[in-house]
Design a protein around this ligand. Structure first.
Ligand code: GLN
Length: 222
């Protein structure tokens, strides 16, 4: 049995829980809502949901979870969606006044609310790279999503781009003329080692391919 934790301090943790349960009719996956260091100790992997990254970091600090999360990330897989993606990054731009604590286990620089204020949310079909059934696009929901600004040269494990947002389906107000197809800002899902980062919300669809990918390719591999 494998135990997957979902950080359940704030945000869309219940949706991730439903998605994991949908994958899991045989209950071989044990899904744990993580609120304390003891909960975290029982997990083989962790999902950090979308929500509000500053709040999640603050609540994690108050729960005594921040340092344990950093240690966890050194040895076990973590998947961060949206606010969770911010927390996994090494550097953030546009943090709230007072700063933003990061776990920093993925070699990216990310811009909080990076798609701008004109468009708070949008929905886009994504082409996937390396996921099962990747010929079928994935309907992705972006909600005040972060934008990957830079992928740093890796110290250890290289970054694999899992999905990019096509320039022609981006809201035109968000495309600037310097943006080309392999601009880091088009990267919306990436993997480094056994960690996964998505700037959108796969848990808000009934399409569980990202959840299956995380479980099968990041968690269960030896
Ligand atoms: N804008 C939020 C933040 O900065 C993230 C939004 C989300 O997770 N949907 O934390």
């Amino acid at each position: 049995e494998v135990s997957i934790g979902i950080l359940a301090l704030q945000g869309a943790f219940a949706e991730h829980q439903s998605a994991l349960n949908r994958l899991n009719p045989s209950r071989k996956l044990n899904v744990i809502l993580v609120r304390t260091p003891d909960d975290l100790c029982q997990c083989d992997a962790l999902i950090i949901p979308g929500g509000e990254s500053t709040t999640i970091a603050l609540l994690a600090r108050l729960a005594g979870l921040f340092e344990p999360l950093k240690e966890f990330m050194k040895v076990k897989p973590i998947w961060g969606t949206c606010a969770g993606a911010i927390l996994l990054s090494q550097a953030v731009v546009g943090a709230k006044k007072g700063g933003q604590e990061l776990l920093g286990g993925i070699s990216t620089k990310i811009a909080r609310n990076g798609w701008g204020s004109q468009v708070e949310s949008f929905e886009v079909p994504l082409e996937l790279n390396g996921l099962e059934e990747s010929t079928r696009s994935f309907q992705a929901f972006f909600i005040r999503a972060p934008v990957v600004l830079e992928m740093f040269p890796p110290d250890e494990s290289p970054i694999t781009v899992v999905a990019r947002i096509p320039l022609d389906v981006l809201p035109p107000s968000l495309v600037d003329e310097n943006m080309h197809e392999d601009d880091p800002r088009t990267v919306v899902a990436l993997r480094q080692g056994r960690h996964l980062l998505t700037t959108f919300h796969p848990e808000l669809t009934e399409d569980d391919r990202f959840h299956r990918y995380f479980v099968e390719k990041c968690v269960l591999i030896q």
